[in-house]
Design a protein around this ligand. Sequence first.
Ligand code: R5P
Length: 260
Amino acid sequence: MDWGMKNRLSRIIKPKDGRTVMLAVDHGYFMGPTSGLEHLDGMVNPLLPYTDTLMLTRGALRNYISPTVDVPIVLRVSGGTSIIGPKLLHEGTVVSIEDAIRLNASGVAYSILVGAEFERDTILGMTQYIDEAERYGIPVLAVTAVGKEMKRDARYMSLASRIAAELGAHIVKTYYIPGFEKVIESCPVPVVIAGGKKQPEDEALQMAYDAIHAGAIGVDMGRNIFQSSNPVNMIKAVNAIVHKNATPKEAFEVFKGTKK
Ligand code: R5P
């Protein structure tokens, strides 16, 4: 692995503990003005002091985030479908590698849909992007998207995560499920979890804790932070779990503001 690739990876995954709190606010690429992100800058700016890496689209980056901000970017580079369209998750490349470089991305994110009708298109889209990104030393985060008809279990998540890693992804993002250790054991690259739909804060914190203790190196969490009743305290609480080994109970106190 060359110096540039290693350097970008160490911007995304903090070398002090090998972990990361990635804030995912890329939802607009297929969900439009997602609840909580209507004014993306107003939501994100107060969260940045507790964010290791910001994951978003190029349009959100250019329109809502100041270029003077000191936060590594993981740029979403797959898309092309919407929640109201007939072919959700049949994604392709939506950003060139040149534009990712122009935006000074530390990494790029590409979704694959293993086991669904369009798996081949999405997987080949990702591998082509990996070839281009490797040329410039840019890590690719594979997002293992899950179709509605697919079972969210350890067997499926292990399969999708391992395929992504075997095909060259440098980081895998997947969903937390019971038996998550199986996903970690069989995936040779770092794994982060998505947050998924909004849950009560104590349950989301428990999930983050369980994922980290099963071996995930961090979270790439969105709705459970920006749709929380207190997004700043929620990201502080997630940060305490990821970087300070806080228990779910301690982290919930951070969320409630009763513990620093
Ligand atoms: C989905 O493919 C998007 O990349 C989201 O960023 C991702 O699902 C993480 O967000 P959330 O924690 O809201 O699930």
